[in-house]
Design a protein around this ligand. Structure first.
Ligand SMILES: CC(C)(COP(=O)(O)OP(=O)(O)OC[C@H]1O[C@@H](n2cnc3c(N)ncnc32)[C@H](O)[C@@H]1OP(=O)(O)O)[C@@H](O)C(=O)NCCC(=O)NCCS
Length: 301
């Protein structure tokens, strides 16, 4: 461990640290870019970073997003949800040459002590390789569910219009849909967050598509083996999803997988609930009594 390490707090206003933070993230998580997202104005005061610095360079980070968590089944009957401010961690990373020296544990201990003091539950989605790290810090691994459907879908000749995160007008449409968005179902979800949603649009292959004559926006992504992932759905939710599916894809699809728990009526089209082996969700300071649990994909940091 370096002899001198300084703890710093980076917010959207600490611009003197931003370039070093972007560089650190690009080094530790190849392909991840916070710069485009921040330059477009989506680093809000609900996101900050605790970082350790040595010789003026960032060597470890933990990004914190405040979120309004929504929890089902607290004994008040079907449909009642409890709202509670929580924190999701992301960009937890130590520079390669400093790993295995206790730096990650040191930074996480500071983050978790503060969360405890503020009585905030903490959640995160871990990389497969880092699962042991979080278990050793008092997090509990939570199995996630996934809703899937087997359909044979050929693309429509009239595909849905794609919205671009680089277009101000399209971003406004997405922002309006977030404001009027309906809440998610399942054991644990959170209020939809424009800033995180746009991070995904800037950084991942997810596409935003305008459907139902502009009254809804579907966020979809192609997955291997003819699978179409419907990651998020904002705005009006039609009673039946089946007729819309051909407009959401440009290639034949044999399987649909959802990134959230869809409305009850969509299950009539033949949807089923299965365990999600690829989601490594960890929680601290909160227990979730109700299944299914499918924390919305586009709210994961
Ligand atoms: C995961 C990571 C943040 C850990 O930081 P680190 O400084 O190397 O970890 P530490 O040296 O503080 O180790 C803390 C403890 O976790 C354990 N640990 C660390 N990395 C681990 C891993 N990948 N799997 C299992 N246990 C791990 C250590 O053995 C140690 O246990 P101990 O305190 O009982 O000895 C760091 O390895 C990293 O940046 N990895 C690449 C990016 C990444 O995957 N980030 C996680 C995103 S979810």
């Amino acid at each position: 461990m370096p002899h001198t390490m300084q703890l710093i707090h980076i917010t959207r206003l600490s611009i003197e640290w931003h370039d070093r933070f972007y560089r650190h993230v690009r080094d530790v998580f190849p392909g991840a870019d916070f710069e485009t997202w921040a330059n477009a104005g989506f680093w809000t005061n609900r996101y900050d970073v605790l970082a350790l610095v040595s010789d003026g360079e960032i060597i470890a980070t933990a990004g914190r997003t405040l979120m309004l968590l929504s929890q089902a089944g607290m004994g008040h009957g079907e449909g009642f949800r409890t709202l509670r401010e929580g924190m999701q961690l992301g960009a937890v990373g130590v520079k390669a040459e400093f790993r295995g020296e206790g730096i990650g544990r040191h930074l996480m201990t500071i983050v978790l002590r503060e969360a405890e003091r503020m009585q905030r539950p903490v959640l995160l989605f871990a990389n497969r390789a880092a699962r042991g790290f979080y278990s050793s810090l008092g997090f509990v691994a939570l199995e996630s569910d996934q809703v899937v459907g087997h359909f044979r879908i050929s693309p429509s000749a009239v595909p849905a219009r794609r919205l671009s995160p680089h277009s101000e007008e399209d971003r406004r449409k997405i922002s309006d849909a977030v404001v009027s968005g309906s809440s998610h179902r399942g054991g644990l979800a959170a209020r939809t967050d424009l800033s995180i949603l746009l991070w995904h649009l800037f950084n991942t292959p997810v596409r935003a598509l305008e459907v139902c004559e502009g009254r809804s926006i579907a966020f979809v992504e192609d997955e291997p083996d003819g699978t179409l992932a419907i990651r998020e759905w904002l705005g009006e939710r039609p009673r039946d999803i089946a007729p819309l599916l051909p407009h959401l894809t440009e290639r034949p699809v044999s399987r649909i997988v959802f990134g959230f728990v869809p409305p009850e009526s969509w299950f009539d089209a033949g949807l089923a609930l299965v365990r999600d082996p690829d989601s490594h969700m960890f929680l601290r300071g909160l227990s979730i009594p109700v299944r299914p649990i499918c924390f919305p994909h586009l709210l994961r940091t």
